[in-house]
Design a protein around this ligand. Structure first.
Ligand code: PSU
Ligand code: MN
Length: 290
């Protein structure tokens, strides 16, 4: 039996990990180092890590070290969301999975907890809203992130999560963390103080028959000033509009520009929060399994 299925059948805690951050989020060779660090953080927390990706048309739940290396260095790797997932599989492509695709595939495999850096959301560019939001509204999974990516319209994204009935929890925080920044001015509807409390909310969500996700927003331990990041975000969005960058290329472009403008500081924070979120997800998975 594959190791992940075996772990699940024994009731062991398993944490799914997103892979677009490996293929599109961070540059080589940091992407592989961070992926390994996330895997290690889940293990240190006492849970089993399962990186999810599409490798030559095959959906993999739990990449081997070999697969991980191949994915991190695949120059032609695509970005799989829900609308292109089936075509990528049929076309035997290799792809990192977004939050939307990872949530779907993790839930389908029976994995209740998933860690990522930041979720997608409502972009400033008109008519662009990440498929992550609708996917989270119909996938009953617990997702640990540091909020939505700072390149997004944070207020609009919070409103959409409310509309879609997605449960939102601040982890030891009353305010929305803003990915690269520990805190934004926007209040959250609820907070939890421990992995155990997060697990209790998820159990209640399931017991109530709610089909949407529970989001645990974990502020990064050391971030960048909110106003400074927001100024870079405004500039990057202006540039993207001028250059006609849109669709699935927009999020990677904006994150790259932010990294350049911050002299690499945004990538350092991104790495830190990815590992911290993986660790917390491991702890929550353990609380859920016990
Ligand atoms: N992390 C990054 N870059 C990315 C993503 C994550 O550093 O591109 C992915 C995430 O997987 C998230 C997705 O689910 O971007 C959102 O993209 P879009 O706005 O196209 O839905
Ligand atoms: Mn989009």
């Amino acid at each position: 039996m594959p190791p992940i299925r075996q772990a699940l059948s024994q009731g062991a805690p398993v944490v799914a990990l997103e892979s677009t951050v490996i293929t599109h989020g961070l540059a080589r060779p940091e992407n592989l180092e961070v992926a390994r660090a996330m895997v290690g953080a889940v293990e240190e927390a006492g849970a089993v890590p399962a990186v999810i990706a599409v490798i030559e048309g095959e959906v993999r739940v739990g990449l081997s070290e070999e697969d991980l290396e191949a994915l991190a260095s695949a120059p032609e790797a695509e970005k799989a969301s829900l609308w292109n997932l089936a075509a990528l599989v049929a076309g035997k492509k290799t792809a990192g999975t977004t939050v939307a695709a990872t949530a779907h595939l993790a839930h389908r495999a029976g994995i209740p907890v998933f860690a990522t850096g930041g979720i997608g959301g409502v972009h400033y560019s008109p008519f662009d809203e990440s498929a992550d939001l609708v996917a989270l509204s119909k996938t009953p999974i617990l997702v640990v992130s540091s909020g939505m990516k700072s390149i997004l319209d944070l207020e609009a994204t919070l409103e959409r999560l409310e509309t879609l009935g997605v449960a939102v929890l601040g982890y030891r925080s009353d305010r929305l963390p803003a990915f690269h920044s520990q805190e934004s001015p926007y209040p959250l509807p609820a907070r939890v103080e421990s992995p155990k409390e997060a697990a209790q909310v998820f159990r209640a969500q399931r017991a109530l028959g709610l089909s949407s996700a529970v989001l645990v927003f974990n502020p990064v331990s050391e971030g960048l000033p909110f106003e400074e990041v927001q100024a870079w975000v405004r500039e990057a969005n202006r540039e993207a509009a001028e250059r006609g960058i849109q669709g699935k290329a927009l999020t990677p472009y904006l994150l790259r520009r932010l990294a350049e403008r911050s002299g690499g500081a945004s990538d350092r924070v991104n790495r830190r929060l990815l590992v911290e979120n993986a660790r917390l997800a491991g702890e929550i998975a353990r609380a859920l399994a016990s």
